[in-house]
Design a protein. Structure first.
Length: 254
């Protein structure tokens, strides 16, 4: 496996196995009352988080999962993001990511109509707001109000609707056997990001700005953020060991 600077982030029994260039991220059977995670990333988790990746970047990896879509529980994937949420679902930053993302049917994530709120996708989330960590007082104020509104019955739907105006989402569903090896590529360029699976382009869209952190993970997370409100984060029971196995290449491109 290549990728200088990558380090494990393991929670509640998650572990990593290595065999040659392959790395397997594994999580144990876990109840819905606890969080478990096996992750590789290139940033520190202490707040405020600092990220180092800017476009242009090329990510190419081979990956397979222990279970097919709909059977695999929680979330999993790989790519770049700004880790904008706490484990309890509070917003820290306007979200930005460019990645391959999976969520199980227990989730209803805001991927954009008419897509379902779960499944396996090439996805980009791009906010028009400046970062709060950069000292922008307007962003910090909106985040504080948004976190409050998301917890209030009858108001959360309005807060989510406002969030969809400020945060643009583009996603392409991936209809493939997740348990088989596939080659996943993304080219994150300053203006445009392109996604490929097994050499075939599956999506092209406007790029988010950096900096972002690299992440590859599997966990038992769930998120509910439907158009009718009901914003909530939680965990999913996993009755079996689950894993994501990958072989990774990363490089900057000109």
């Amino acid at each position: 496996m290549t990728g200088a600077g990558l380090k494990p982030h393991l929670v509640n029994g998650g572990w990593i196995e290595r065999e040659g260039e392959r790395v397997r991220l594994l999580i144990p059977p876990t109840s819905a009352s606890a969080y478990t995670d096996a992750q590789l990333d290139d940033y520190d988790h202490a707040l405020p988080r600092q990220f180092s990746n800017h476009p242009p970047q090329r990510l190419k990896l081979w990956a397979r999962f222990s279970h097919p879509a709909g059977v695999l529980k929680g979330t999993a994937g790989f790519g770049f993001w700004n880790h904008p949420f706490t484990r309890q679902g509070a917003v820290l930053e306007p979200p930005r990511n460019v990645w391959f993302f999976y969520s199980s049917p227990e989730s209803c994530a805001p991927l954009g109509s008419p897509l379902p709120g779960h499944g396996f996708y090439a996805a980009v989330v791009n906010s028009s707001l400046p970062t709060a960590a950069g000292g922008n007082s307007l962003t910090r104020g909106l985040i504080r109000l948004g976190n409050l509104a998301l917890r209030l019955p009858g108001i959360s739907a309005l807060a989510l609707a406002a969030g969809r105006i400020l945060v643009r989402t583009r996603a392409a569903p991936l209809a493939l056997d997740m348990t088989a090896w596939h080659c996943y590529e993304l080219e994150w360029l300053p203006a445009t990001t392109r996604f490929y699976v097994d050499g075939n382009e599956v999506m092209r869209t406007r790029s988010p700005a950096g900096p972002l952190g690299f992440v590859a993970w599997i966990d038992n997370y769930r998120v509910m953020a439907g158009r009718a409100g009901g914003y909530a984060f939680g965990f999913v029971e996993t009755s079996q060991v689950q894993w994501l196995e990958l072989r990774l290449e990363r490089e900057a491109v000109g």
